[in-house]
Every structure is written in structure tokens, then in C-alpha cells.
Design a protein around this ligand. Structure first.
Ligand SMILES: Cc1cc2nc3c(=O)[nH]c(=O)nc-3n(C[C@H](O)[C@H](O)[C@H](O)COP(=O)(O)OP(=O)(O)OC[C@H]3O[C@@H](n4cnc5c(N)ncnc54)[C@H](O)[C@@H]3O)c2cc1C
Length: 371
């Protein structure tokens, strides 16, 4: 079976690895260079609890995704020969005023109700875990099994492992359309007017997924949500866990960099870094860890999170073209969801029932809403 995957970000690469291991003939089409969009811009948090603002199906999916990630990462690193720097130091989520404390206390309750582990700390206890945090810290949640990776290396690891398993990656090839006959895809129409034949097509083109023509009947629409990120140098390191607050987050890297994020902006496909974005992140970061003010600034960038109208991912068969599968809309959590997405898409392709109920994430929900 020849499977074409449209999009060479972390989602396309993870799926390619899983399918190639199952001996499918896999071709990934990437219009530019592999892994240079959202998957490059991300912070690399594998953090279902730190990222969640409400309980529900998406929180449960993210908890499951962390378990799948834990069960996958060693094998991925070994097969790829690339270390994605999966870091065990957890996350400290700090409250700097009483409103933030009340919100975090409420979160601790529903995290526990959903079966997640959370440890509540006083400000003094939190400073024992990470002395660099502000003396104004009133309270904190310690989330020891929310973690981080170097997402650029993780994407490379999926690509390297997929290549070793036999997948092909074609850079500089844009997929323009699904070529179909009798309600089934027969191939993918490319930017140069040629068609590449396929038995199955997977759309994993991030914020651009709905630009691929031929699937309009599914009414899947993505919008990009810009996230800006700042990066500082530390020698020696000053943070051990990643540190979150409701104002910003700080993610240390093994090489001494600290990433500070982020913004959530509707700016179309514009990846500019703006003064307002820098100001917002800087203000939050300095309130959390005042010592950051002395660090040398290294660089800033922005990326586009692929978001759907309901902010849930789109994972499942196209309702309008039988042998097309959507794997997109991962919004703020595509790094966390990467291993799980690869696993469930491999299940769908093989005709196995995925271990996770995918109904809330079905592409059919959009066609149903608009009819
Ligand atoms: C600032 C920021 C911080 C983030 N932090 C985190 C985090 O800490 N943890 C987390 O889990 N998630 C995080 N995310 C979200 C995460 O980055 C995304 O959900 C994830 O990278 C999406 O992966 P993707 O492969 O779907 O999309 P992308 O990485 O955007 O890849 C899509 C690829 O498809 C290609 N493409 C598009 N159209 C076509 C076409 N027609 N033909 C061929 N190729 C095409 C593009 O060139 C691109 O390479 C963050 C995002 C941002 C912006």
C-alpha cells in the first residue's frame, strides 16, 4: 500500500515512522523544508496539566498522550540515533497573587479528579525546588510528570527513524489537491501539475491543511494562532524545572538556553516578532524569575499553531473521500500529541480500533455542524 503524507512537520514525521514500521510504502511531501514551521517554533513541553485550563475530553487525550510519549520515546531515540533531550525535572506552576493562587487551587482539584498527579506547595516550598523564582511566589503546583523535550531534535528523531524504517521524504514538493475518482483518492496533485498515485492520503499540513483542494466537503478549517518566543543564554544554568505562571512560561534547554513564551495572537499567516509580544513575554518572565533581567538575549522567533474552530485536533477519516485521513489541528499541543497521533493513525490505517475514543476529534463534526 502506498501512503502519501502531506506535511513534513512533527505530526507527518511521527505518522511516517509508525506506518513505515508497519511496512507500508510511505512518501512524505513537504513544500519547503522538514520541520521548520510550528514544530520548530515550539517550546517542547510534554505537559498535559500545565497547558490545560479545563477538564474534559481534550485534557484526557493529553494525559493519554503523555503516557504514549513515555512509552515511545526511548525506542524512538534508539531507532533514530537522535536524543530528543526528554527531561525529567518536571514543571513548577507558580502563583504570584491571590487570584492566581485561587485558580491553581481549583486546577489541583480537577487534575486529581481526572487521575493526574499534582503536588501543592507553599511559596517557600516552591523556592526550595527552584531558588531562582520570585520571592513574591505565594503558592505553586509541582507537576513532576509534566516534562519537556528539545522539539527540533524530536522532529529530527521521527524523521531519522522513519527514514531508517524505509519512509521517503520529499522536500520542496507542494501538494495542491487530492485527485479522486468515485469518492476515493487515487493520488495527490502536485505544484508542478503532475500527480503522484496513492492508495491512501494523510493530511498533516498544520495551519495550511485546509488549503489542499478536493476536501472542501469536509468543511475542516484551520486558523493560525501566532506564538512568539524569546531565547536567552545562561552559563551556568539557573533553572532546573520548567517554570509556568499565568503570565508566561520558561523552559530551560540542556545547552544553557532558556526559552520564554509565549503569545496567542490572531495575525493570519504573519510570523513577525513584535514589540508588543516581546514586552508581554518579558514582563511575565521577569515577574516570575527576576534574575533573568541580567541574562544575554540571544534570539526571538514566532510560529503558527494550527487551530480549528473548537480548538480540538482533527484526527480521523474524511467523511467525503473514503481513503483520506486528517491528522491536524494540534494547536498548542502537537509536540505532546505527536506519538499518540502516530499510533492512532497507524491503527486507523491497519483497521484496528484505537485504544482512545476518537469521536470528539472526528472530522465529521464540522460537516455535521454546518448541515
Ligand atoms: C510558540 C509555540 C510554542 C508551542 N509550544 C508547544 C509545546 O510546548 N508543546 C506542544 O505540545 N506544542 C507546542 N506548540 C504547538 C506545536 O508546535 C504544534 O501543534 C505542532 O508543531 C503542529 O505540528 P504539525 O506537524 O501539524 O504542523 P507544522 O509543524 O506547522 O508542519 C506542517 C508542515 O506542513 C507543510 N505544508 C503545508 N502545506 C503543505 C502542502 N500543501 N504540501 C506539502 N507540505 C505542506 C509545512 O511547510 C510544514 O512543514 C507550540 C507552538 C508554537 C507556535
Amino acid at each position: 500500500m502506498r501512503i502519501i503524507i502531506i506535511g513534513g512537520g512533527i505530526i507527518g514525521a511521527s505518522i511516517a515512522w509508525r506506518l513505515a514500521r508497519e511496512r507500508a510504502e510511505v512518501v512524505v511531501l513537504e513544500r519547503a523544508r522538514l520541520g521548520q514551521e510550528a514544530s520548530w517554533a515550539a517550546a517542547g513541553l510534554i505537559a498535559p496539566q500545565a497547558e490545560a485550563q479545563v477538564a474534559g475530553v481534550f485534557f484526557d487525550l493529553c494525559l493519554a498522550a503523555r503516557r504514549v510519549f513515555d512509552a515511545t520515546v526511548d525506542r524512538l531515540a534508539a531507532e533514530a540515533g537522535v536524543d530528543p533531550e526528554y527531561d525529567p525535572h518536571g514543571i513548577l506552576y507558580i502563583a504570584l497573587d491571590s487570584a492566581e493562587r485561587a485558580e491553581l487551587q481549583a486546577r489541583a482539584r480537577w487534575h486529581r479528579e481526572a487521575g493526574a498527579f499534582v503536588h501543592e506547595l507553599s511559596g517557600a516550598e516552591a523556592r526550595k525546588i527552584e531558588p531562582a523564582i520570585s520571592a513574591e511566589t505565594l503558592y505553586a503546583l509541582h507537576l513532576p510528570d509534566n516534562r519537556r523535550v528539545e522539539n527540533r531534535k524530536l522532529t529530527q528523531a521521527y524523521v531519522a527513524a522513519a527514514l531508517k524504517a524505509g519512509a521517503q521524504f520529499r522536500e520542496g514538493v507542494r501538494a495542491d489537491s487530492i485527485v479522486a475518482s468515485g469518492g476515493r483518492a487515487t493520488g495527490v496533485g502536485l505544484h508542478d501539475g503532475s500527480t503522484l498515485g496513492a492508495d491512501l492520503v494523510i493530511v498533516a499540513a498544520g495551519s495550511w491543511s485546509h488549503h489542499v483542494r478536493g476536501l472542501e466537503g469536509d468543511r475542516v478549517a484551520l486558523h493560525p494562532v501566532r506564538g512568539q518566543m524569546l531565547c536567552f543564554e545562561t552559563r551556568p544554568r539557573i533553572l532546573t524545572p520548567a517554570v509556568f505562571s499565568m503570565r508566561a512560561y520558561l523552559v530551560p534547554r540542556r545547552d544553557g538556553r532558556i526559552l520564554a513564551g509565549s503569545t496567542m495572537e490572531e495575525a493570519g499567516y504573519n510570523k513577525s516578532v513584535t514589540l508588543a509580544g516581546i514586552e508581554k513575554i518579558t514582563r511575565g518572565a521577569l515577574a516570575m524569575v527576576p534574575g533573568l533581567g541580567e541574562l544575554p538575549f540571544r534570539e526571538a522567533w514566532a510560529g503558527l499553531r494550527p487551530a480549528t474552530k473548537d480548538l480540538l485536533p482533527v484526527i480521523g477519516h474524511s467523511p467525503s473521500v473514503a481513503n483520506v485521513i486528517w491528522a491536524t489541528g494540534h494547536y498548542r499541543s502537537g509536540i505532546l500529541l505527536s506519538a499518540l497521533t502516530g499510533e492512532v493513525i497507524a491503527d486507523l490505517v491497519a483497521g484496528r480500533a484505537p485504544a482512545i475514543d476518537l469521536a470528539p476529534f472526528s472530522p465529521a463534526r464540522f460537516a455535521a455542524q454546518s448541515s
